[in-house]
Design a protein around this ligand. Structure first.
Ligand code: SAM
Length: 289
């Protein structure tokens, strides 16, 4: 039975029409949108959701969009236990986190899978904007990489990143770094085969930095937002402009819609093969594409 069916006798038809069909589950926490018109029904919705799903311990309502540097959002507690720390499992990895203090989206598991599949043996990876570690931990668990440098600015998220590295026994592969990529990345210039940039808002500001982290040739997984029209055009233009400034050439290997963000707006990813214009060490990391 789904939420709508369970509430059939308790909400009016109009109220049932306003009820959202899906909700996100992070560990044992359910996160649901409750529109304004159902304000007076919010506790009932939270409690019913718990009754229907025995593995849910807490129900939170999203009350803002993502905001600020840390990309967090505000939540309202609806039902269950008020402790918002949880343990989320994804593809054999475990992530401890608190969604009210840091970014995490279980809806991006498939995208993480796609990136893991691209990674080749012995890569050195710069995982910018690492959050609690879903990209670096999944890669380290599933691939024989040389090293992953995982950078995170939010101190709360960074604490969980360290904990998740231990929890998944990947201490030998991941180096966690607390700070702003603009301040900590110069040490890794020219050392990486891949840079992952999962910060769609304003990520263009960091493209030059990402390119500097690459060896003579490497891959950037560049996330951005886009409108329906000319979905990839502006982001591709930006990547090419920055590459030219950095004396690099760039080939866009893949373009993807990752998830819808708002009506007509998408989170997108460009996989970019970036190379120094005078690269004499061609090894073409393209076997995976
Ligand atoms: C969209 S979240 C992605 C987190 C994680 N990669 C994930 O997929 O769950 C972006 C992350 O980048 C961090 N961040 C934002 N600006 C940063 C900066 N200048 N340097 C390092 N981290 C930053 C935020 O705190 C946030 O955790």
């Amino acid at each position: 039975m789904d939420l709508k069916e369970a509430l059939e006798d308790r909400l009016t038809e109009e109220e049932l029409d306003s009820l959202v069909k899906s909700f996100e589950v992070i560990g044992d926490i359910a996160v649901i949108e409750v529109p304004e018109e159902l304000e007076h029904r919010k506790e009932l919705i939270g409690e019913t959701l718990m009754e229907l799903n025995s593995h849910i311990r807490t129900v939170l309502r999203e009350v803002s969009g993502r905001k600020g540097q840390f990309r967090t959002r505000d939540y309202e507690f609806l039902a269950g236990d008020e402790n918002t720390e949880t343990l989320h499992k994804e593809h054999g990895c475990r992530f401890r986190l608190d969604p009210t203090e840091m970014y995490f989206s279980e809806r991006e598991a498939k995208e993480r899978e796609r990136i893991v599949d691209q990674v080749e043996e012995k890569e050195v990876i710069m995982a910018m904007f690492a959050g609690v570690g879903p990209f670096p931990v999944r890669i380290a668990r599933e691939k024989d990489v040389e090293k992953i440098y995982a950078v995170e600015l939010n101190p709360e998220a960074y604490g969980y990143l360290e904990e998740n590295i231990d929890l998944n026994n990947v201490e030998d592969k991941i180096v966690p770094i607390e700070g702003d990529v603009r301040e900590v990345c110069s040490e890794y210039f020219g050392r990486c085969d891949r840079v992952i940039m999962p910060l769609p808002k304003g990520s263009d500001k960091f493209l030059g930095l990402a390119m500097k982290c690459l060896k003579d040739e490497g891959v950037i997984n560049y996330y951005s937002w886009s409108e329906d029209e000319d979905l990839f055009k502006d982001s591709e233009k930006k990547v090419r402009e920055v590459a030219a400034e950095e004396g690099k050439s760039v080939e866009i290997i893949d373009r993807r819609k990752v998830l819808p963000y708002a009506p007509g707006k998408w989170k997108i990813c460009l996989d970019c093969l970036v190379e120094n214009k005078d690269n004499k060490n061609k090894k073409r990391l393209v076997g995976v594409f």
